[in-house]
Design a protein around this ligand. Structure first.
Ligand code: PMV
Length: 329
């Protein structure tokens, strides 16, 4: 019996300059370039096995079977791989996250990067990193940035083939840390796919598009010279900018809980006391505290004293998505 299988591991990522809004929602072509770092403590390991005896695709995440919208989205991504490979076989997809489900840590970036790499390998495709990144983008935009390693830039591009991510600095370029303060384990109200659609309705969106290239230049320059103060100020302002768009979108989305705001104020207070820490946010309530390695212990210690912080996920800069021996069948 024909059985084609492969396993891939991908890290999630946190964007310093964010992707928010699609110029082309079907192809997931973003309005602007974005820049991120891969997260060491947030990985997805996915095995894809195409087999003749399957009549439909099957999906298991962290031991739980999924049908409905989650399976449909995975099947659409597998269809893209099948189309390229000229393959008709259905697949079993088994996926595991290193971070517990329901921590509010986005798994779509690592999830679709690992799925795409494993499926392409299993189907016998031989794709470049840029081609894999562009393909992962179709499943979830931010997944494009989880294919290359270290600090990653996603070129918005103009078409399917030139909208991909590449590494701009390796992981060891700068020992930045992302210490995630988990303040809510609930699923966010408006998923990011709908959030991208709502962004264009914000009267502030044009202003964001007019300034985001300058933000990227500042962040990239500060990253190149490891200028923490300049870097931190720019990424914090950028995160607030994204949330201003979300709050004024159509429909509007308020991702913050009271604890989100409390952590943001605490970060600014610590900074006033001399601790070099800044925050960024995804489309959710948890706060990502960004600092250099030398300050990580102080930041973690501070967070542990806050009773409204339910958990901490401490990340270093991680490498690229890669293939692994198949552990589950
Ligand atoms: O990849 P998506 O569709 O889940 O969008 C990610 C959106 C943000 O996390 C808010 C920003 C980003 O660039 O990762």
């Amino acid at each position: 019996m024909t059985r084609l299988q492969a396993t891939a591991i991908a890290h999630s990522n946190i964007a310093f300059v964010k992707y928010w809004g699609n110029r082309d929602p079907l192809l997931r072509l973003p309005y602007n370039d974005s820049l991120s770092m891969n997260l060491s403590a947030a990985t997805t390991t996915t095995t894809v096995a195409f087999a003749e005896d399957l009549s439909t695709d099957r999906l298991t995440i962290d031991g739980e079977k999924h049908i409905g919208p989650a399976l449909d989205r995975v099947s659409r991504q597998l269809d893209l791989v099948r189309l390229r490979a000229g393959l008709r076989l259905r697949a079993t997809v088994q996926s595991r996250n290193s971070f517990p489900m329901g921590t509010g840590i986005a798994s779509s970036a690592s999830g679709f990067a690992a799925l795409t790499m494993a499926a392409a390998q299993a189907a016998g495709l031989s794709l470049s990193e840029a081609e894999l990144s562009a393909l992962a983008r179709r499943g979830s935009g931010s997944a494009a940035r989880s294919i290359p390693g270290g600090y990653v830039l996603w070129h918005a591009g103009t078409a399917d083939s030139d909208s991909f991510a590449e590494s701009v600095f390796p992981a060891d370029h700068w020992d930045l840390r992302d210490i995630v303060a988990i303040v809510s384990r609930r699923h966010k109200g408006l998923g990011s796919t709908d959030g991208h659609g709502a962004a264009e309705g914000s009267p502030l969106f044009r202003g964001r598009l007019a300034s985001v290239a300058e933000t990227l230049a500042t962040v990239r320059g500060a990253l190149a010279s490891r200028d923490m103060a300049r870097f931190g100020a720019a990424i914090e302002a950028e995160a607030l900018n994204l949330h201003a768009i979300a709050m004024t979108g159509r429909p509007p989305a308020l991702y913050w809980s009271p604890a989100t705001v409390a952590v943001m104020h605490q970060v600014q207070a610590w900074r006033a006391e001399g601790l070099a820490v800044w925050f960024t946010l995804d489309a959710g309530p948890n706060v990502h505290l960004i600092c250099e390695g030398q300050d990580a212990a102080a930041v973690e210690g501070g967070l542990r004293n806050l009773e409204f912080v339910e958990g901490i996920l401490a990340n270093r800069v991680a490498g690229a998505a890669h293939l692994a021996p198949t552990l589950v069948v």
